[in-house]
Write a protein that binds this ligand. Structure first.
Ligand SMILES: [Fe+2]
Length: 182
């Protein structure tokens, strides 16, 4: 560990912990060259995110709900950065679906606000459960749009050039793991 500073080693460990809820999903999406297939990776992360929301809804323990919500928010940070910086521009520019891209950015911003509000809300209140259920429904619609319309459109539009998005994704995630506050 000589070449790794104590701070960056700590960042590496904490980043690995943040991505842990999504790690199993990511392990199933490796391309033969070891790079992740970005669209398959994001789709696996969608399943993990909905699973975390289901766990929050099923839990009656306020502390556990708060902890699961924090995990969801932390893990979505890199997922959202991946979509907003790499995939949505491809939906807009390569697949020529500017309206869809704008809608996805907008929906994702709305979800971030709702998650922040839920983090501040009492976790043992019926309104918290209602809020999480509404968030889950909104995210399920958003994910359905991505997975059935816009991700396939990017895959078709880019063809073999999708590998460039995979490389960019690998770079983004490697950078984020070593610079989590960047
Ligand atoms: Fe997504």
């Amino acid at each position: 560990m000589n070449h790794i500073t104590r701070r960056s080693a700590t960042a590496l460990i904490s980043a690995a912990a943040v991505l842990a809820p999504f790690a199993k999903a990511g392990a199933q999406t490796q391309l033969p060259n070891g790079a992740p297939d970005v669209l398959a990776l994001l789709e696996a992360e969608h399943k993990a995110a909905l699973g975390l929301l289901d766990q929050i809804i099923a839990s009656s323990d306020a502390q556990q709900r708060a902890s699961l919500l924090r995990k969801l928010g932390d893990a979505l940070t890199i997922h959202n950065a991946n979509e907003e910086n790499i995939v949505y521009p491809a939906i807009r520019d390569a697949a020529h679906k500017a309206d869809d891209a704008a809608m996805l950015y907008h929906q994702q911003d709305d979800a971030k606000v709702v998650i922040a509000q839920l983090m501040l809300a009492p976790k043992d209140d019926a309104s918290f459960t209602d809020g999480v259920k509404k968030l889950r429904a909104a995210l399920a619609d958003h994910i359905h749009q991505e997975e059935t319309v816009d991700f396939p459109a990017v895959r078709t539009a880019l063809g073999p050039k999708l590998a460039q998005l995979n490389t960019m994704t690998a770079q983004l995630r490697a950078h984020w793991v070593t610079n989590p506050s960047a």
